[in-house]
Design a protein. Structure first.
Length: 217
């Protein structure tokens, strides 16, 4: 049974208020049968991510739609300057192979292109760019050139899921088509679903993870 909309809205609002990195007064929360819609204006892209994570952390939330607009303080930063800062941030990160990720910037929105060998390298690049003042959003078009997946990759991921304490009550089925991993089943929290996805990404030879896990309270 879904939590009543007014109660869910109140609890998400409380969680947003609890976050010291977020000006929750600028965020509006609406809930409908477990789905939460966030609207309003925040100052930065990381603040938008914080709001979405806060909403997901509330028990009873089954989906989050982020409609937040981003309006940073001060004058807008020119796209060319923003692109330069993105490149400098990527070059300074030892986790991101130099030259492997390129960017295009249009009206503050950054699109990442390129190829890396590991998921954590792509995530590091996204994190670097997201921290730059003036970034209004990120489109990730970086692909992963993974080695061939081992023949027992499905069994390895299943074993890793089973030994994780956060997933002790999860019911997850793992399948694969080559380098692509599919996760199906149910968990009892967003944190558990995120952990399952992280576990799958940690397996050797994985180029993509398709998360079809449902959250059941």
């Amino acid at each position: 049974m879904n939590k009543p909309n007014n109660i869910l809205e109140h609890e998400v609002r409380d969680e947003l208020d609890w976050d010291p990195y977020l000006d929750a007064a600028r965020v509006t929360v609406k809930a409908d049968a477990g789905k939460v819609v966030l609207s309003g204006v925040v100052y930065s892209y990381p603040e938008s991510l914080h709001a979405e994570d806060d909403a997901w952390s509330v028990k009873g939330v089954t989906d989050v739609e982020d409609r937040l607009l981003i309006g940073f303080l001060g004058e807008a930063i020119a796209d060319a300057d923003l692109a330069r800062e993105c490149v400098e941030a990527l070059d300074a990160d030892e986790l991101v192979p130099k030259g492997s990720v390129t960017v295009e910037v249009g009206q503050g929105w950054v699109t990442m292109y390129g190829r890396v060998r590991h998921h954590f390298q792509r995530m590091a690049a996204k994190h670097d760019i997201g921290r730059i003042k003036g970034v209004l959003g990120i489109s990730d078009k970086v692909t992963i050139d993974a080695d061939p997946a081992p023949s027992d990759v499905q069994a390895r991921i299943t074993a890793a899921l089973e030994r994780n304490s956060l997933l002790h009550d999860a019911e997850i089925e793992v399948s694969n088509e080559g380098n692509v991993i599919y996760l199906d089943g149910t968990v009892q929290s967003y944190a558990a679903r995120s952990k399952a996805e992280d576990v799958a990404w940690s397996a050797p030879g994985v180029s993509d993870v398709i998360d079809r896990i449902r959250i059941i309270y």
